[in-house]
Design a protein around this ligand. Sequence first.
Ligand SMILES: O=P(O)(O)OC[C@H]1O[C@](O)(COP(=O)(O)O)[C@@H](O)[C@@H]1O
Ligand SMILES: [Mg+2]
Ligand SMILES: [Mg+2]
Length: 332
Amino acid sequence: MTAKTEHDLALPVGVTLDRFIMRSQSAFPYATGELSQLLRDIALAGKIIDREVNKAGLVDVTGAHGTSNIQGENQQKLDVVANIRFIRALKNGGEVCAIISEEDEDILYTGNDKGKYVVAMDPLDGSSNIDVNVSIGTIFSIYRRVTPVGTPATLADFMQGGRKQVGAGYILYGSSTMLVFSTGCGVNGFTYDHSLGEFILSHKNIRCPQDGSIYSINDGYYNSYQPAVQEYLLDSRQRGYSARYIGSLVADFHRNMFKGGIYLYPPTQAEPKGKLRLLYECYPLALIAEQSGAKASDGYGDVLDIEPSALHQRTPFYVGSARMVDDITARL
Ligand SMILES: O=P(O)(O)OC[C@H]1O[C@](O)(COP(=O)(O)O)[C@@H](O)[C@@H]1O
Ligand SMILES: [Mg+2]
Ligand SMILES: [Mg+2]
């Protein structure tokens, strides 16, 4: 019997995340509940970070933390708070044996060697927007470990490749807070109802339009983009496309997935391999993209087919409506 997809479960908009997870799990005869519990732990961490983000202006979580991360970026206080909160929620949940984070150089061991999953995460995406009340997010990617349960996880658990993700998604802290994820059977979105303290199914079976007229790129780097990218930008202007760039990958990706559009972060002189990180930014969003009918490319192939080689490796990233991604990659 083939596993039903979430969509066959006739789950109406309005059900809670918990009920959605429970019903989805019942569609997978061999499911043992750990992945379901892990998704609940991620949702819990999202609620905690939502609270921190919402009161960011009131309490002392704005501004620089005074430290820098493995990327050489100045960490914002909320980067550090979100990192701590996410790690704690995954540790306490018990399903995750190890984590990699944008904010930490090495693998973080949770002490749950019996955990069957590892998580790669960008605890706070869009750090440059934290202090100015612009949408930011969290991005996560889940793998089932390949090392024996009961032993410490190793690099191999994180180097499985994008197509081995068993789940991926993001939380968008915007005008509303939304959790969007996929476990390989389509993409669903849940809006956080603060009064209930629950994530509620609000966007079922999200499909990205095949084409669009929005492009999202930092135009300020125009001179350092390769000629094919410059040509694509000129054509986009000629065509009267709208330029929309929030500067938070999650927010730009989310908008384009619903309205049709493309987000581009090509190589630049400063970042010859692109800026975005493969394991906890590009792989998870590429899974969401492909599951919604969109495309994600590094300019030469699908992002999900890139061979991973390092925890914090970077890649060029072109993601969004399939025809728009085809258009730019055909020029590269
Ligand atoms: O300022 P730039 O170079 O345009 O980069 C913006 C991009 O960098 C990011 O901020 C990188 O993510 P982090 O904020 O998690 O480091 C993306 O969210 C965003 O799309
Ligand atoms: Mg990021
Ligand atoms: Mg980040």
